[in-house]
Design a protein around this ligand. Structure first.
Ligand SMILES: [Zn+2]
Length: 206
């Protein structure tokens, strides 16, 4: 597993960016995170893992089983070791999964809220509830889903990087949220509302 460490001269939050959590999605997430690792503007300390597991079995990160798999165990270990304040999970999905991931009835169907589409098929949402419990209330935990059939599209890649770079460059979650709300007003409003409903206002999005 390849891992990059970036440490800014000024103290700041620890951030973990992880891609390729299962199946072959690392093929799509790794080039993006490799690019992010070359960034020179960052705040705090960042750990970037472009692909947690190559050609791994596909086990849903929403399931308990995932956290008993090799990839899941490594992921828990990374979180345990670095205790990140910001945690960004980068996935890639196929066309056929779009409707399920964004289904307004997703919570009724599988118990977790749907993702919101930022406009180009890039989906944004919270992380698996099982994993969210490993973080503190004040942690900032986001999932980004990249449409795999568009992962080489310049615009899509630039858009994903724009969001990741924002997280990489800011020292406070509120600063990241403010910019996201400006970039995606309707989508962020929806995503935050879904999050608040799901966690019954016990946690701040995300
Ligand atoms: Zn995935």
């Amino acid at each position: 597993m390849k891992l990059y460490r970036l440490t800014a001269s000024e103290a700041g939050p620890t951030k973990l960016f992880v891609g390729g959590l299962h199946g072959k999605e690392g093929l799509y997430t790794a080039p993006i995170l490799e690019q992010l690792a070359k960034d020179v503007v960052y705040a705090g300390k960042a750990i970037i893992v472009p692909c947690l597991i190559e050609h791994g079995k596909y086990v849903d990160v929403l399931s308990e089983e995932y956290y008993r798999s090799r990839a899941g165990i490594e992921l828990l270990q990374l979180i345990e070791n670095y205790k990140p304040h910001f945690y960004f999970e980068l996935h890639a999905y196929g066309k056929h999964s779009y409707s399920g991931l964004t289904d307004p009835e997703r919570e009724l169907r599988i118990g977790v809220p749907p993702f919101v589409d930022c406009g180009t098929g890039i989906l944004l949402g919270s992380i698996a509830p099982i994993l969210r419990r490993k973080f503190s209330e004040r942690s900032f935990c986001v999932t980004i889903e990249v449409p795999n059939w568009k992962s080489e599209d310049e615009n899509v890649r630039a858009e994903v990087l724009r969001v990741l770079r924002l997280a990489l460059s800011k020292a406070k979650r509120e600063e990241v949220m403010e910019v996201l709300r400006r970039w995606y007003p309707a989508q962020m409003q929806k995503a935050e509302e879904l999050f608040r409903q799901y966690y019954r206002n016990k946690l701040k999005a995300f």
